[in-house]
Design a protein around this ligand. Structure first.
Ligand SMILES: Cc1cc2nc3c(=O)[nH]c(=O)nc-3n(C[C@H](O)[C@H](O)[C@H](O)COP(=O)(O)O)c2cc1C
Ligand code: SF4
Length: 549
């Protein structure tokens, strides 16, 4: 990343955002329109290569995706459910092959068979109604369970604008220092993957010096299998936005950005509507409710790149730079968006703040396990009898989630892939040894991540699954560091050769490759892929050994 480009991009305010200008240009112009690229580069005083490298990065801005009419979900859960080829063949009755693309993942893991048509997502039985969908714009409601098994922190009755105003009024009677102390007391840890203490991050942003400060809500939930942030944005939008305002009030930020992934059109629609509602009720803007506190919110619509969920790539994306992961330090809390102090938190982390402000940090802290406080949302896929998003108190046994909430499996499952593509593979025989908490997963050397659960059925080849993980990393790697950029390609080549013929992979070479990626990658995309692959080699040796020397 370039600090200069961050500065230059920030010269124009967010309503003239460079990323949005580039996106609009790609949608209306030929991607390689040199004249337009030069014009934009001149306007922002950046090099043409800056514009071109952004333009060529995102799935949805690429020329080959311009004339796509429909996209099939190629996420892990849809793959394991075996629905993709049927969805594609049904779509082919209406569209030419080159008009059908792929997206990862549409967050419809609870019923699979997922596809996007005309900017709307569909799943389950929708593909059987594709003719009506195309001809009469028929809408088909998705169905999934959403239930809190213990204390409901995130799954309370959704806030209305009146309740939102009431909570804001209460917030403004409190000293920001006091609110920060309550959050520190709560021991809330980040829900986006790393589990970093929220209070510490907020305190750093509060103390950091800058002309202005930003709150960025990371709504790029790209982990195949996860749809809990989607649930929050679509069913609890005001709770998420209130969380952003609370964070801004503590850290004196004047602007919030919610960056939502392209694959979630319904989330964008709901959040856009909610922001408008708050603006119309003067609950955003200057001097909110006469408090002297001013705050605006902006929605940025992403364009399809998993790596933008990594917080520094996310900031580069908003700035209109190629979203490559940045070397840290400096951390975003000190030097983030447009080089200003920035708080980046996941949707779920921020959505916890209204509860803490309303009930106090000690109440939140009294729920959960020794090192993980509060609750966690868990997404269950369609192999469960009751797929859906469940809110469970931290420390809840995984077996309770699988058996009691999910109602067990519909068919034989051999492993669970928990916490996204970089999370661990857990053989079903190990379910009883895990609880939903950071420490329980860490003891096993795996990650809780976003709390997504993808089931791998008995008859799905493990070789196919690890190839899928490598292919995902090849596609999503930002290319900044060699271990990930080259390692993922070499790994995929080895696995492909071994499945195509009688080639046997040198086990030592493959282990070296995984160790190099694990130890040498700059971020957890390249650094995290080896974990589930090593788990597969350990637990499913009987399936894989024929492919290795
Ligand atoms: C490849 C990659 C993808 C990520 N995707 C997400 C994401 O979609 N949502 C998210 O909140 N965090 C994601 N993260 C973690 C973020 O970098 C960051 O830790 C998080 O947004 C911080 O918020 P939290 O403290 O609330 O967890 C990702 C990290 C990596 C390495
Ligand atoms: S590990 Fe991959 S995604 Fe992360 S910085 Fe390196 S190349 Fe980019």
């Amino acid at each position: 990343m370039s600090e200069n480009i961050s500065y230059l991009s920030g010269r124009k305010d967010l309503h003239e955002n460079l990323f949005e200008r580039i996106s609009r240009m790609a949608e209306t112009e030929d991607t390689a329109n040199t004249e337009k690229i030069q014009e934009l580069a001149r306007d922002y005083l950046v090099g043409e290569s800056t514009i071109y490298s952004t333009l060529s990065f995102y799935d949805l801005l690429r020329p080959e995706n311009k004339n796509k009419k429909a996209y099939v979900c190629n996420g892990s859960a849809c793959m394991c459910s075996g629905t993709q080829s049927r969805v594609r063949s049904e779509l082919k009755k209406h569209f030419r092959d080159e008009e059908i693309g792929e997206m990862t993942c549409l967050g419809r893991c609870h019923e699979n068979g997922a596809f996007q048509y005309n900017g709307q997502n569909y799943s389950g039985i929708a593909i059987d109604n594709i003719t009506q969908i195309i001809e009469s714009k028929k809408t088909i409601q998705e169905k999934y369970a959403s239930l809190a098994s213990g204390t409901a922190i995130l799954m309370q009755t959704p806030l209305t604008a009146e309740e939102f105003a009431l909570q804001l009024r209460n917030l403004f009677t409190l000293n920001p220092e006091h609110v920060l102390d309550e959050i520190k007391k709560s021991d809330l840890r980040g829900r986006g993957g790393a589990g970093f203490p929220m209070g510490l991050k907020l305190e750093s942003v509060r103390k950091a010096e800058g002309e202005r400060k930003f709150i960025v809500c990371n709504a790029d939930e790209g982990d195949p299998g996860a749809y809990s942030d989607r649930y929050l944005m679509e069913q609890q939008p005001l709770r998420v936005l209130l969380g952003m305002i609370i964070a801004a009030y503590i850290s004196s930020a004047d602007t919030g950005i919610i960056y939502i992934r392209a694959e979630y059109p319904e989330s964008m629609e709901t959040i856009e509507k909610s922001i408008r509602e708050l603006e119309e009720n003067s609950l955003l803007g200057n001097d909110i409710l006469g408090s002297g506190f001013s705050f605006t919110l902006k929605l940025i619509k992403a364009k399809g790149a998993y790596v933008c969920g990594e917080e520094t790539a996310l900031l580069s994306s908003i700035e209109g730079q190629r979203p490559e992961v940045r070397v840290r330090p400096p951390f975003p809390a000190r030097k983030g968006l447009f080089n200003m102090p920035t708080l980046v938190n996941s949707v779920e982390t921020l959505a916890n703040l209204p509860f803490i402000v309303e009930h106090g940090g000690s109440k939140f802290n009294s729920i959960g396990s020794s090192q993980s406080k509060g609750t966690k949302l868990i997404s269950l896929d369609s192999f469960f009898n009751r797929p859906g998003v469940y809110e469970v108190e931290m420390g809840t046994p995984l077996a309770t989630v699988v058996e009691q909430l999910g109602g067990g499996f519909k068919e034989n499952v051999k492993a669970l892939h928990i916490g996204g593509p970089l999370g661990g593979l857990v053989p079903v025989s190990d379910i009883s040894s895990l609880q939903i908490s950071f420490e329980s997963f860490a003891e096993k050397g795996i990650l809780l991540g976003h709390g997504s659960i993808v089931s791998i059925p008995e008859d799905f080849p493990m070789m196919g699954y690890i190839k899928h993980l490598f292919r995902f990393t090849v596609h999503e790697s930002c290319g900044k560091c060699f271990p990930c950029r080259l390692g993922s390609v070499r790994g995929l080549e080895l696995l492909q050769r071994a499945t195509d013929g009688d080639y046997r992979i040198d086990r030592e070479l493959f282990t070296d490759l995984l160790d190099t990626m694990q130890q040498g990658s700059l971020c957890m995309l390249g650094g995290g892929l080896p974990l589930p692959v090593k788990n597969a080699l350990q637990y499913f040796d009987n399936e894989l050994r024929d492919h290795f020397d």
